[in-house]
Design a protein around this ligand. Structure first.
Ligand code: 13P
Ligand code: SF4
Length: 329
């Protein structure tokens, strides 16, 4: 839905969500890809890194995570004493599904001295096998924090891995061949066609996208001025939007939920999706009705095996300690 479509909720819905949250000492967090109504009612909306930090620091005894399952699991790993709810526990992630803990153990056995860097889009079982987690906001800093002579296993996103390797120049980094089906579907040809139609536009490209390499190729070939191409996390896109000149056109290569936050941050800028069908059906499983149900019925509660949580906690804590505050913090 765009901001101009009819709202999906009654006038009293937001008041009821806020009142129930207050009565239950709950904080409502929403990822930038959530439905606009959910983003607007949440106490905090942001990127994966910002939301992990907010979840860890919040004094609320209950966290209602409007996002996908690995995000709620990460909050539970950081705060096992808190109640963590997700409005639909079936909200998964194709990227998190692209590597299992068994596959990671086999990979580690082939590289016994390597440092394992896992994107936060992984299951708790994979985090338990990880040395340090990262998000798209701080992946470069996380890899730079590892001594240059240590081999790195980077997983599971091949496009983010390629981006980190390009920026750091690191050769001893092995990258798992996983991908997010939504971002992989934002292709180089789609980006090229859009940038030809809008030759003066800025390009905000999420590093999980299949078109990130094409964006840099366009810049390298002179088809797009290099300063117009920005490879950014969702929080980074929001920071860039706040600096954008009114009247500019920006082509946005990420999940379409991001457009709501961008348009709110910079209403005078013309934000256009590179692929307007790039919608994550997992993110959209969190509906206004299910958010209300979560608060009324305390479901779905997220549990992480305490032994796995214990083993994954240090990796997640290292992640939230590295990198600048991001969008939403
Ligand atoms: P960020 O919010 O960290 O940019 O993550 C994007 C994403 O795909 C989360 O699922
Ligand atoms: Fe996972 Fe991709 Fe959806 Fe993000 S957009 S939650 S990476 S499937």
């Amino acid at each position: 839905m765009t901001t101009t479509e009819a709202p999906r909720v009654d006038a009293g819905w937001a008041d009821e969500v806020r009142a129930l949250a207050a009565a239950q000492d709950a904080v409502v967090l929403a990822h930038n890809y959530q439905l606009p109504e959910i983003q607007d009612v949440a106490h905090f909306t942001g990127d994966s890194l910002a939301l992990s930090r907010i979840a860890a620091e919040s004094p609320a005894s209950t966290i209602v995570f409007c996002g996908v399952h690995f995000m709620a699991e990460t909050a539970k790993i950081l705060s096992p004493e808190k109640t963590v709810l997700i409005p639909d526990a079936k909200a998964g992630c194709s990227l998190a599904d692209s590597i299992t803990a068994d596959q990671l153990r086999e990979w580690k056995a082939e590289h016994p001295d390597a440092v394992v860097v896992s994107y936060v889009n992984t299951t708790a079982a994979v985090k338990a096998e990880t040395d340090v987690c990262c998000t798209s906001s701080n992946a470069v800093e996380v890899v730079r924090s590892i001594p240059a002579d240590r081999e790195v296993l980077f997983l599971p996103d091949q496009f983010l891995g390629a981006h980190v390797r390009r920026i750091t120049g690191r050769q001893n980094m092995h990258v798992w061949a996983g991908e997010c089906h939504v971002h992989a579907g934002i292709s180089g040809p789609a980006l090229t066609a859009q940038s030809q139609a809008h030759p003066d536009a800025d390009l905000y490209v999420h590093p999980e996208c299949g078109c990130a390499t094409s964006a840099l190729y366009l810049a390298g070939a002179g088809a797009v001025p290099a300063e117009h191409v920005k490879i950014l996390s969702t929080g980074g896109m929001l920071d860039a939007a706040r600096e954008a000149q009114p009247g500019r056109t920006v082509l946005v290569a990420t999940e379409v939920g991001m457009l709501h936050q961008l348009r709110r941050a910079a209403p005078e800028v013309d934000f256009r999706a590179v692929n307007d069908r790039a919608s994550c059906h997992y993110m959209k499983m969190i509906t206004p009705e299910k958010l209300l149900r979560a608060l009324r019925e305390g479901r779905d509660e997220v549990h992480v095996d305490p032994e796995l949580a214990e083993r994954g906690r240090a990796a997640v804590q290292r992640m939230i300690a590295i990198g600048q505050p991001g969008g939403g913090e």
